[in-house]
Design a protein around this ligand. Structure first.
Ligand SMILES: Cc1cc2nc3c(=O)[nH]c(=O)nc-3n(C[C@H](O)[C@H](O)[C@H](O)COP(=O)(O)OP(=O)(O)OC[C@H]3O[C@@H](n4cnc5c(N)ncnc54)[C@H](O)[C@@H]3O)c2cc1C
Length: 446
């Protein structure tokens, strides 16, 4: 890439794949007088590897999940073009790519806004070191939640251990800020733009990424619906689910559904990759309440977004404890490292029809309802007594909406080492009778 003559800022994207309501983009634009480019790093091995025990390893991200992420990146490239700049897509570790790119462009600032969990903070430190060697600095923005962390009435170390205590505090004293529009009219030189485009196109044209794209495009005929990863698809889902079909008005009654596409919002895929911001969703809820109806259901979607916020704060509060067998409470780990039972669980061959149906849906689509996630997690961790972290790793590998806080936090919650004050065990038969009374779900996915 040809060097720019004026200082330029870089926005390093991770789980914040948008230019709208994006703190790093908003801050970078004025600081470099509009000379800003984005960058995404595609790891050398984008699928990674999880080794759990002898005879038990699998990709950290399935081909489908990586393909879904690439769809989000394609959309992000278009959004960078639309605001007058470009997205660089490089292959390699961020600590190698970002420092080299900053040196090449003469950038003095790199802005980023990831979920600040354990691995992301370590990555920030490595990249900051590499930037320092090139005379540049990393500016980290803290905005992955609906309620801005600056507005919280407590320090992160004082995050309440129980969700309802957190909710009461937040409901009493916090408001949801309005989303911030994308900057317009960035002024990046034609040289920089052209070489970013050429490099991105070349990086994205590789055989392993093509295979991932193909996996993401496969549709199982049993799935009522499939999500594309890009922001345009997320905006379309908001329009259809909230405005066209009025599903928001009855969400509280339908949200425990299992079959079909509209019982819940399905917004998690876009929220997890950051192609939509939670404040954008909250703003749509407010608008709907103003223009159509405000009821328990409209409140409940906001309430669920608060759960998302809570787990984003939780993973930051507990750092490495979020991934420890004994969990945030430091309880005695009781999970067995039972490869055979785990294998039956993940392949949907446990013999428990409801669990098996859920695991088949997850494997075939990369998505599972909240009810399905709770039950399969409870079966593995409580009924079968297998190490809950193995289940969390499997969900991380498979779920298109994998989000570190919500995944690992919910697993701890269900496994009884997290913040469920009641520490329940689900009765699979009773759950199936209640939520799949006519057996339709088990017939489709069994
Ligand atoms: C074991 C387990 C693992 C999970 N892993 C993830 C994960 O990796 N990523 C993820 O986004 N959610 C996860 N969840 C939470 C929840 O199941 C999903 O957010 C939800 O099913 C996504 O579907 P939806 O968008 O239609 O949800 P809706 O019911 O429409 O809810 C709207 C939004 O609220 C948030 N939300 C809802 N429930 C929860 C919850 N319990 N915790 C945190 N946020 C919530 C999500 O952002 C969701 O998109 C997990 C739950 C369990 C029990």
């Amino acid at each position: 890439m040809t060097g720019a003559h004026e200082p330029i800022a870089i926005v390093w994207h991770r789980t914040d794949l948008r230019v709208h309501d994006q703190a790093a983009v908003t801050a970078a634009a004025p600081s470099a007088s509009g000379q800003v480019v984005g960058v995404v790093c595609v790891p050398d091995d984008p699928f990674g590897h999880v080794d759990l025990a002898r005879g038990l390893s699998f990709p950290r991200a399935s081909h489908r999940r990586v393909g879904h992420w690439l769809q989000a990146i394609d959309g992000l490239r278009q959004d960078w073009r639309a605001i007058g700049s470009a997205l660089c897509v490089h292959r390699g570790a961020p600590e190698d790519v970002i420092g080299a790119l900053a040196a090449e462009l003469g950038a003095t600032e790199v802005h980023t806004a990831p979920c600040p969990a354990h691995d992301e903070l370590a990555q920030n430190r490595r990249v900051a070191r590499s930037l320092k060697a090139h005379g540049a600095r990393l500016v980290v923005h803290d905005e992955t939640t609906m309620i801005a962390s600056a507005d919280l009435p407590f320090a992160i170390e004082e995050l309440p251990e129980v969700f309802s205590n957190y909710r009461r505090l937040v409901e009493r004293s916090c408001r949801t800020r309005d989303p911030v529009a994308a900057p317009s009219g960035l002024r990046v030189s034609d040289d920089v733009r052209a070489s970013a485009e050429i490099r991105a196109t070349a990086t994205l044209a590789s055989a392993d990424l093509d295979a991932a794209r193909a996996a993401a495009a496969q549709i199982d005929p049993r799935a009522g619906w499939i999500a594309r990863g890009d922001r345009a698809a997320g905006l379309e889902r908001l329009r259809q689910w909230i405005w066209q079909d009025d599903c928001l008005a009855r969400y509280k009654e339908t949200r425990d559904g299992l079959l079909g596409s509209d019982f819940s919002s399905r917004l998690s895929t876009w929220l997890a990759l950051g192609t939509l911001s939670p404040r954008e969703v909250a703003a749509e809820i407010r608008r709907y309440e103003g223009e159509r109806v405000a009821n328990d259901s409209t409140y409940w979607l906001w309430f669920e977004l608060l759960w998302r916020d809570y787990f984003h704060l939780w993973v930051r509060r507990w750092q490495s404890r979020a991934f420890k067998a004994s969990g945030m409470m430091g309880r005695t780990p009781c999970g067995a490292q039972d490869v055979e039972t785990f294998h039956r669980w993940r392949t949907g061959t446990t013999g428990e029809p409801f669990v098996d149906a859920c695991m088949h849906e997850l494997a075939a689509t990369g998505w599972l309802s909240n009810r399905g996630r709770q039950n399969t997690a409870s079966w593995l961790a409580k009924t079968a007594g297998v190490d809950w972290r193995w289940g969390a790793w499997w969900f991380e590998s498979q779920l298109l909406d994998h989000d570190v806080g919500p995944n690992w936090g919910n697993w701890q919650y269900v496994a009884g080492v997290g913040n469920d004050p009641r520490n329940r065990t689900f009765n699979m038969r009773a759950q199936a009778d209640r939520y799949d009374a006519d057996g339709a779900y088990r017939r489709v996915w069994g």
